[in-house]
Design a protein around this ligand. Structure first.
Ligand SMILES: [Zn+2]
Length: 241
């Protein structure tokens, strides 16, 4: 018994070293690491973007990650969706579940809440509730507007992210400080919108912008407004909504 406890303590001490390199990074430090461990982040959509986001946030020690995705792993996902493997595709494992399992293999010290669900007006409050930050890993504007409405109404920061072909785009939305999605695009894009199913996607397109995400948000739950578009007077989220 004592031997087992000794081993657990040794492992814990060893794992205390886990975040040492980012604690040394002075913009994070011990205080920032503590803040990360107390943060709750929701990732909506766990494809290539969501996988990369979930992996990086889990490795960096974000305390609670909620992963929302309704899809099942398919062979065509493996080229770029870094949290999944051939077994997941063979067994058609729900992406949220496969992601949670994989994360547990490299960071068992954080909480991952997988939700096999589509984000809808009926469940948006419960699935996004209590979060410090919402990250967009979706592939459609309908869900993004749903996230935007929730985020503006509840003053929660969210980050738009999209990738197709060989390019990617992101935008930080800090309600009350920056423009929101509806300020910039009052209506959902119409006509033919390119998607990964029609235009394909390079795996590098999905990960290349993540460094910029990190740099622009200045860490989870905090964030400077420098990455967002300036507030547009007279638009939706400037009217106190
Ligand atoms: Zn707005």
């Amino acid at each position: 018994m004592g031997k087992v406890i000794g081993k657990v303590i040794a492992l814990e001490m060893h794992m205390n070293d886990r975040y040492s390199r980012q604690v040394l990074f002075k913009e994070i430090g011990a205080e920032g690491q503590k803040k990360l461990s107390q943060s709750r982040v929701v990732i909506v959509g766990c494809g290539a973007t969501g996988s990369a986001l979930a992996s990086l946030l889990a490795r960096s020690g974000v305390g609670t990650l909620r992963i929302v995705d309704r899809d099942y792993v398919e062979p065509s996902n493996l080229q770029r969706q870094a949290l999944f493997d051939e077994n997941d595709a063979h067994e058609s494992v729900p992406k949220a579940i496969a992601a949670a399992r994989q994360i547990a293999r490299f960071n068992s010290q954080i909480i991952v809440e997988p939700h096999v669900a589509d984000l809808t007006p009926a469940n948006v409050d419960s699935l996004l509730g209590g979060s410090d930050l919402i990250l967009d890993g979706t592939d459609n504007f309908e869900t993004r507007y749903l996230i935007n409405d929730y985020a503006v109404k509840n003053s929660v920061a969210w980050i738009y992210a999209a990738a197709v072909g060989s390019y990617a785009a992101t935008m930080n939305i800090l309600p009350g400080e920056t423009a929101c999605l509806a300020c910039i695009f009052p209506e959902s894009p119409r006509g033919t919108v390119e998607t990964c199913e029609t235009a394909g996607i390079l795996n590098s397109a999905d990960t290349a912008f993540l460094g910029r995400l990190d740099e622009r948000t200045g860490g989870v739950g905090g964030g400077s407004s420098s990455g967002g578009m300036p507030h547009l007077p007279g638009r939706l989220c400037s009217s106190g909504g």
